[in-house]
Design a protein around this ligand. Structure first.
Ligand code: 5GP
Length: 197
């Protein structure tokens, strides 16, 4: 998606060969106009899937997920990273190892928010090794609902997550696909570079 790639080029900061910082529009400060466009794009790409719920993970997935939910007119559920005192219902749970924080957290979603007739679209900000997305898939499976697809804002295609999800038969739509972060530079995979010309 050209708009997103331009924003990454302009405001993204390469922290290392495998970490991109986008705190100025996605992970800390949020650009609502851009989130609106991302939501519209996800809604278009998954329009034919009969999506009934969107599931994401707190906190950085929430903004693009909510905008997508607005365009698809479906509720958005975010997995909480630790069991809160108010989360006392029957729970769907999975553990996830964070790529950026190098810590494992327990994810939880109240079971009542996903039922077996749901067709779920999973949304997240980044895809690296696929741990976060797979944990969300596991929780949707615990509810006996269907995962209709996975929408990712920024896929680091040089890491194994996208391939892993596709090998599991999941449809993955990523709005920006990064081929490399080497030498402090963001390189998008070729089809997206052509879009930029
Ligand atoms: P995965 O579970 O696919 O290994 O990593 C995805 C999660 O790690 C995302 O939810 C995101 O929060 C975080 N993440 C992975 N790579 C990056 C990155 O390069 N930059 C930022 N800001 N977050 C990342």
């Amino acid at each position: 998606m050209r708009l997103l790639e331009e924003k990454i080029k302009l405001d993204g900061r390469v922290l290392s060969d495998n970490v991109l910082k986008v705190d100025s529009f996605l992970n800390h400060q949020i650009d609502p106009q851009l989130m609106n466009e991302l939501g519209k794009e996800f809604a278009q790409r998954f329009a034919a899937e009969g999506i009934t719920k969107i599931v994401t993970i707190e906190s950085s997935g929430i903004a693009p997920a909510v905008m997508t939910g607005l365009y698809m007119n479906v509720p958005v559920i975010f997995a909480r990273k630790r069991k809160s005192l108010t989360l006392t219902d029957d729970l769907l749970t999975a553990s996830v190892h964070s790529f950026t924080k190098n810590e494992t957290s327990e994810l939880a979603i109240a079971r009542k928010y996903i039922n077996e007739s749901d067709k779920v679209l999973i949304i997240d900000d980044f895809l690296a090794n696929g741990q976060a997305a797979l944990a969300l898939v596991e929780m949707v499976n615990q509810a006996n609902a269907d995962v209709a697809g996975i929408g990712i804002v920024i896929e680091k295609s040089f890491q194994p997550g996208a391939q892993k999800l596709k090998e599991n038969g999941l449809r993955v739509e990523s709005l920006a696909r990064i081929a490399s972060l080497s030498n402090g530079e963001v390189t998008f995979i070729k089809e997206n570079m052509e879009e930029l010309v």
